[in-house]
Design a protein around this ligand. Structure first.
Ligand SMILES: Cc1ncc(COP(=O)(O)O)c(C=O)c1O
Length: 507
């Protein structure tokens, strides 16, 4: 936590969140009741409860779950150790529920011990500034975005979003028939003055009631908002009475500046010890207008499909109802495993050591990738060094071909031929895919590629960028282009993970 943020005095009781329910769409207003609570009420122990279609746990054949996990290294145990986690059928294992409880139907909030850890951790990291906040389990941020948006937008409504943004969020908007209202960005993400100006000059029927943004390691631009920028965005949200959907899966992957002049392969490993994380929008939120979405996808494993939402409890009540009509809650096995790992095995210290190790991994990757970009793509791309996340957003210099609408499709074709794949700008455009295929209307004809430096072998960075250089020059004609064919190219070394990248549908 940066010392610049003024936190309330611990001895002063925190205020309650402001009631922003006037921002809800009509169908979300009023006292909606959880399906569970309205059917079951609050059963007392004296009641013989025959209300639910609930299987008897003796029929669950999973008797024990045992997992071996690698523990992060620590000063007292510098080498990675392994620990065994065990969940038993019918008895709790320290703080974590029994398998019978984890595998049974539950409500739309999530497993108690999972949520309890996340509540304590949120308090420790973000220190919310109002009293009635809580956390609820989510199936990851993609699902949570759709739910958060549906509180504030119905078909035909608009929501403010970054000019370039996460395609999963854009798909959610398309399926909900909600229109993205793009807000210009700079090297720190969404520009507060532009956000304010769009609200000021709004001419559509209903002014937007919410803004969706990714403040840290933004996807695709890699931008991270400084504290000053976060405060300015928050001030506009207050002035325009906007709810903020803070989608922040890369929060814990904040990276230190690139060391100069030379970068060693080992140099990043110890750079994190003193790194402060930029405070989240949640930690600046005095009103209770931030719905913060966190995910384990980038910091444990994506297909655990687990995350958590932090917001005022009256907002979480609505999300609980939405959960109960869709996912109910993430898999109890995933939640139980995470709970056991975080509550009983790693604790805060181990979890934070794990996050530090991740930051060291991504710092090293980012540094080496930037070094390779500078070596092979000088003059062909421009970029801002990302200080969080896993993406480098490169403005491609297409030279005299830039104004040609076929240049980008030709570049993609050429990249394919050269045997390198990076994401084109089009799927990230909140101005609409067709507009993104055409030259920019401001006459600059800027085109971008997003490179993810998270997955491929570090040894593949240089071959990938050599191929990209060949592909760009073959379209722009900037240098004498050499034709490329990956099958015969001497730099082709097959990475164990290369096949994953090409087929991965996740942006
Ligand atoms: C900004 C952003 N939000 C959400 C997600 C998806 O997160 P999850 O796996 O938790 O659904 C991603 C993944 O790429 C992302 O970049």
């Amino acid at each position: 936590m940066s010392p610049n943020v003024t936190l309330p005095d611990a001895s002063t009781p925190l205020p309650m969140a402001k009631d922003l329910s006037e921002l809800f769409v009509p169908s979300m207003r009023g006292q909606l009741k959880s399906a569970f609570k309205s059917v079951m009420g609050n059963p007392t122990l004296a009641m013989i409860n025959m209300a639910g279609g609930v299987p008897h746990p003796s029929t669950f054949p999973i008797m024990q779950l045992r997992a071996t996990v690698r523990s992060p290294s620590s000063p007292s145990a510098p080498l990675n150790r392994e620990s065994t986690l065990e969940l038993a059928k019918s008895s709790r294992s320290q703080s974590t529920e029994s398998l019978d409880e984890l595998l049974q139907y539950g409500d739309g909030c999530g497993i108690d011990s999972y949520c309890a850890f996340l509540r304590r951790y949120t308090q420790r990291v973000h220190r919310p500034r109002y009293a009635d906040w809580g956390v609820i389990a989510s199936c990851g941020n993609t699902d949570a975005i759709g739910k958060a948006v549906s509180l504030f937008c119905e078909p035909g409504d608009s929501i403010l979003v970054d000019r370039w943004t996460f395609p999963g969020a854009l798909s959610s908007l398309v399926s909900a028939k909600v229109l993205p209202a793009p807000v210009p960005m700079d090297g720190e993400g969404m520009i507060p003055e532009a956000l304010d100006n769009i609200c000021q000059t709004w001419s559509g029927s209903a002014p937007p009631r919410a803004v969706y943004l990714v403040p840290t390691g933004q996807n695709p631009t890699g931008t991270t908002m400084s504290l000053v920028r976060r405060k300015a965005i928050y001030a506009v949200a207050q002035k325009r009475n906007l709810a903020i959907i803070e989608d922040d899966p890369y929060y814990f992957l904040q990276l230190p500046p690139v060391p100069s002049p030379s970068i060693s392969r080992r140099g990043a490993e110890r750079s994190d010890q003193a790194q402060h994380l930029v405070p989240s929008l949640l930690s600046l939120d005095v009103d209770g207008r931030v719905i913060r979405l966190d995910s384990f996808s980038k910091i444990l494993a994506p297909n655990l499909r687990c995350g958590w939402i932090t917001a005022p409890t009256y907002i979480l009540d609505k999300i609980q109802i939405l959960n109960e009509s869709t996912i109910l809650q993430p898999s109890g096995l995933s939640q139980g495993l995470i709970s056991k790992l975080l509550n009983d095995t790693w604790g805060f210290d181990g979890w934070e050591a794990h996050l530090r190790e991740l930051r060291a991994v991504y710092t090293l990757r980012r540094n080496l990738f930037i070094q390779a970009v500078d070596k092979h793509l000088a003059g062909l791309v421009e970029y801002t060094v990302p200080t969080a996340g896993m993406f480098l957003w490169m403005k491609v210099n297409l030279g005299s071909a830039a104004a040609d609408p076929t240049a980008m499709p030709r570049l993609l074709g050429s990249m394919k031929k050269c045997g390198v794949m990076m994401a084109p700008d089009m799927p990230f455009s909140s101005t609409g895919p067709s507009a993104a295929l055409e030259p920019a209307t401001d006459g600059t004809s800027e085109r971008y590629l997003r490179a993810a430096f998270a997955l491929v072998d570090i040894d593949m960075f240089e071959p990938a960028l050599k191929r990209l250089a060949q592909a760009i020059t073959s379209v722009s004609g900037a240098r004498s282009a050499t034709s490329c064919s990956p099958a015969t190219s001497p730099d082709v070394v097959r990475s164990d993970t290369a096949h994953l990248d090409v087929n991965n549908s996740t942006f």
